[in-house]
Design a protein around this ligand. Structure first.
Ligand code: SF4
Length: 101
C-alpha cells in the first residue's frame, strides 16, 4: 500500500506489488497514474490540491474508465478521472437532463 505523505507536493512512493485479479471490474486501477502517488493526493481539501490531482490524471491511460467508474458508483469524495466531486455532480446532472430531452 502507498504511504501517506504530509508534504504539500505529491511525491512518487514505492508501492508494494499487490496482486490483483485481471478479470476484476477494477483491474484498470493498476494502470492508473495515481499508483505512483500517495492516495491522499486524490482526496484534497482545497482547490490547489484538486488542481494538483487533475494534473496527474490528465495523461492517465485509464482516465475515461476511472471517470465512468466514479460516476456509475456515485463516488462523492476525491478526484477521479480528472474530475472533482463538484464536476462529477455536474456531469451526472447534465446527463439526467439530456436523458429527459
Ligand atoms: S484518472 Fe486519475 S484517479 Fe483515475 S486512475 Fe488515473 S490518475 Fe488515478
Amino acid at each position: 500500500m502507498a504511504k501517506l505523505s504530509t508534504r504539500s507536493q505529491p511525491i512518487p512512493v514505492e508501492t508494494e506489488h499487490v496482486p490483483h485479479d485481471p478479470d476484476s471490474p477494477t483491474a484498470w486501477m493498476a494502470d492508473g497514474n495515481c499508483r505512483l502517488h500517495p492516495p491522499a493526493t486524490f482526496f484534497p481539501s482545497d482547490g490547489v490540491g484538486v488542481d494538483r490531482a487533475r494534473k496527474i490524471c490528465k495523461d492517465c491511460p485509464v482516465l475515461s474508465t476511472c471517470l465512468e467508474f466514479a460516476l456509475d458508483e456515485r463516488i462523492d469524495h476525491g478526484v477521479w478521472g480528472g474530475c472533482s466531486e463538484r464536476e462529477r455532480r455536474r456531469i451526472l446532472k447534465r446527463r439526467r437532463v439530456e436523458a429527459t430531452v
